[in-house]
Each structure stands twice: as C-alpha cells, then as structure tokens.
Design a protein around this ligand. Sequence first.
Ligand code: FES
Ligand code: FES
Length: 213
Amino acid sequence: MEKKDNFPEGLTRREFVEAVVVTGVAAGLPASAAEPSGGAQTAAYALNINGQDHHLTLDTRTTLLDALREHLNLTGSKKGCDHGQCGACTVLANGRRINSCLSLAVVHQGDHIVTIEGLSQGDDLHPMQTAFLEHDGFQCGYCTPGQICSAVALLDEARAGAPSAVTAQLRSVGPVQLNDDEIRERMSGNICRCGAYPNIVAAVRAVSQGRRS
Ligand code: FES
Ligand code: FES
C-alpha cells in the first residue's frame, strides 16, 4: 500500500503526480504556492500613437500590439503569429520598423509610434498605400498593414545606406539602389500566406523609383 504521509492532504504519490500532469497545478497545495510569485503589476503611462497622446493603465506585461488592438481600438496592426515570425504586427517606432508583438508597450513611453492608421493624411493615402492598391499588392489583406509599414521603413533604411544581406557593398557609400533582390530581402520578415509577393515587390519598386512618391 502507498504511503500518504509525504503528500498534501493525504494524497498518494500517484494521485499527486496525476494532478500535476493533468491540471498543471499541484492539487492540494495552497493557491499561493501554485501561482508565480509577484503577480500582475500595472503602471500608468502615456503612449504617443499617430501623433496623439493616449493615457493608459495597463499590466506592464502588455505588448504594444495588444495595447493598440485591445485597449486603443487600433486594429489595423494584425496578430498573425504573436512570436515575431510573420511581420503582420509591424509598426514604426521613431521611424524604425518593429514587431509590436515582441515589444512591451511600457517601454515605448516617449516614442512616436505610427501604425497603418497613421500613414494617411485624412483621405490622402500614403504613396505606399496607393502603390499597393495600384499593383494589387494583396489578396486577403491580413498581412498588408505590416507589409506597408515595413515597406515605408525600408525606403528610409535604403536612403540612409543601411546594407542588407544581399547588398554587395557593405560599407555604406550612400543610398542603396533597391533592385528586386534588395526589396525581397528587406521585406523577408513579412510573410504573405496568399503569396502576393510579386505584386508587393512591384509596389515597393514603384515607390522607390519615384513613380509613387
Ligand atoms: Fe508579430 Fe507575427 S504577430 S511577428
Ligand atoms: Fe493574404 Fe498577404 S494578402 S496574407
């Protein structure tokens, strides 16, 4: 017969192990012992999104993507993977593209965040938005806000001479010429399940060549 003395509330060893495996919680242990120490912490802070200050009080573990979508009703940025792998959540932070699913909102106090909703000026679309429309750079559109934000930042990176993995001259000698290989490489963090890649490249190429800016 199994001894019960060493397990909570007289459980056998078998009963104790089964409870942990099935529920992830050590049954019979006090609740405080089964929870991570510390618990949730909230903080009050302001975020500047698309030129507007927003005052929030959120769990400090809230990602920027969740703050945008769940608390500010800015649902243009999409959650594809929530793991930094698809680019659907791409936004601009001080002009640089970031995966907002991988970044805590609280660290962006003082930053200027731009989402897809902030790229147009009223009814005037950003040239990259117009180019995506003209070149059919999407099908279902789920990846499109991230693609467009990425493409906008990509142009600035190339103008500043930042090399990519396919840039022949790694030492910066001025703006990088964006051929199709450069565009594909620099957009490789943005996945499109519909496979609209040729038209996305065409849209970015058009803007980079000044036909849409
Ligand atoms: Fe952020 Fe996929 S949702 S990279
Ligand atoms: Fe559907 Fe890209 S347009 S995922």
